[in-house]
Every structure is written in structure tokens, then in C-alpha cells.
Design a protein around this ligand. Structure first.
Ligand code: KIV
Length: 270
């Protein structure tokens, strides 16, 4: 019998764990459409993320909070149509996973649209949800540090985990979400030494953005990577400037992640 999946991939959660064991870095690009997704596949980018950052980049809002499940399903399906090789992670938008039951129903919609994994922002409070999702066959990427859906609670987009006490809260959360069954962890805007410690402590791979060079992988938002963002964040880099084309920019990003050239100290926080 031949099985056909909703959406094929050559990169799986096992591939990423093996990369971590082999100390082989990998890349992720947050993107929203079939064409950039196809370019990511051509350039062998291991993972693509349909980020709720589309609230800002595509929709023109000031935050990710207005993004709905309907938007995420639409963009996840578009990204899935362009790509048969990268592992596709889809963001669960604001308030789409506030209870385990709600998370189950909404994660199923993203998987049916083509996602291989769903991403949720938060720590200890998500343990039960992560366990229930993974027990039902849906891999989870957790997200700690600057979790943009909590921008109002943080009082702005600020580096998180500075100082021993705050750093320890994030480290303990990371351990809890791994124990709950998460397969990946995004660390956003945390000091480089904290990201290093978490990466060394966990068996699951970490993906950093503004978290320094010691994470197992790096993610950038496509709009930052190709210089569309008017005021790009400190941790991003315009790879199109030197590369000259979008495929070459994706390749340069991937090459520099793998060689350890990106991110350097100027893209990191201490
Ligand atoms: O929404 C997004 O694009 C993200 C990345 C910045 C990690 O969550």
C-alpha cells in the first residue's frame, strides 16, 4: 500500500534531532506565500514557519494580535502548496490555544491545511496543552523569551530573561515544555548566554532569533532577510544586498547560519 500525505516533507522532527546530535546547525525562514516557500525548498532550507508576524508584514498591523485562525489556515495552505521538502511549522494565533480543547481543534485545522508542526507561545501554563497535542500526533514548537502575543503584558517589544531570576524562569519553562513533549523551541530576544545554556540543557533543538549564535538553528522573517522592512530589528540582516537575488539571499542566510558567521555579536543581546 502506498500512503499519500496531505503535505510531503523530506525533513522531519527526527532529522532535526539528528542535526542537533551531530552539532549541525539548520535554518528556518518565516514566510507566508507559495513562491517564497518554493524558493526555500529549492535552497534546501530545512524548516519554514508560517509566522503570525504576517499581522505586521502582510496586513500592516502594529502587532500579531489581530491575526485569526482563518488567516493562518489561508497562508499555511499557500506555503504548503509551494514546498514538498521543508518541515512546515504554523503559528497558532493569539487566543487560539487558551484551553487544551481549543488548541486541539485549531491545531487540527492547521495540520489539515498542510502544517507538520504547530507553534505556541508560552511556558509552564502550556504543559498540558503540549502533552495533549503531542499524544494526539501533532508535533509542537514552543516559543519563549519575547513572545510577541504578550506585547501588552511586556509593555513593548523588549529583550526578556535579563538578570538571574528572569533567566531562571525561562530556563525552567524550557525544561517543562521539553518534558511535556515539545519537539522544538524558538527563543526570541534573550541574552546570548541564556540561549546557550538552554540549548546545552535541552535534547530538543532550539531555534534562535535575537538569541545569539549558540542555538541549534536560526530563524529570520523573510521581509527582514530581503530588506523590505523599513526599520529592521537589530537581530536581523539584509542578505539581499550582497546576494543580488532572493534565491541567493536565502542561500547566503543558510550558508552563514551553518558556518556560524550569522548571527554575530552585532545581532545579539547580552
Ligand atoms: O511570527 C513569526 O514570524 C515568528 C518568528 C519571528 C519566530 O514567530
Amino acid at each position: 500500500m502506498t500512503y499519500t500525505t496531505t503535505h510531503k516533507t523530506t525533513v522531519t522532527t527526527n532529522t532535526l534531532r539528528q542535526h542537533k546530535k551531530n552539532q549541525q546547525r539548520f535554518s528556518c525562514i518565516s514566510l507566508y506565500d507559495a513562491q517564497t516557500s518554493a524558493i526555500a525548498a529549492q535552497q534546501d532550507i530545512e524548516t519554514v514557519l508560517v509566522g503570525d508576524s504576517l499581522g505586521m508584514t502582510i496586513q500592516g498591523h502594529g502587532s500579531t494580535l489581530p491575526v485569526t485562525m482563518e488567516h493562518m489556515v489561508y497562508h499555511t495552505a499557500a506555503v504548503a502548496r509551494g514546498n514538498n521538502t521543508s518541515l512546515l511549522i504554523a503559528d497558532m494565533p493569539f487566543m487560539s490555544y487558551s484551553t487544551p480543547e481549543q488548541a486541539m481543534a485549531n491545531a487540527a485545522l492547521l495540520v489539515q491545511a498542510g502544517a507538520h508542526m504547530v507553534k505556541l507561545e508560552g511556558g509552564a501554563w502550556l504543559q498540558e496543552t503540549i502533552t495533549q497535542l503531542t499524544e494526539r500526533g501533532i508535533p509542537v514548537c514552543a516559543h519563549l523569551g519575547l513572545t510577541p502575543q504578550s506585547v501588552n503584558k511586556f509593555g513593548g517589544y523588549k529583550v526578556q530573561g535579563r538578570g538571574d531570576e528572569q533567566a531562571d524562569i525561562i530556563l525552567q519553562d524550557a525544561k517543562r515544555i521539553e518534558a511535556a513533549g515539545a519537539d522544538l523551541l524558538v527563543l526570541e530576544c534573550v541574552p546570548r548566554p541564556l540561549a546557550k545554556k538552554i540549548t546545552e540543557t535541552l535534547a530538543i533543538p532550539t531555534i534562535g532569533i535575537g538569541a545569539g549564535k549558540h542555538t541549534d538553528a536560526q530563524v529570520l522573517v523573510v521581509n527582514d532577510l530581503i530588506g523590505l522592512t523599513e526599520k529592521p530589528p537589530k537581530f536581523s540582516k539584509n542578505f539581499l544586498n550582497e546576494a543580488g537575488s532572493i534565491p541567493a539571499a536565502f542561500k547566503a542566510f543558510d550558508d552563514q547560519v551553518k558556518s556560524g558567521e550569522f548571527p554575530d555579536e552585532s545581532h545579539s543581546f547580552t
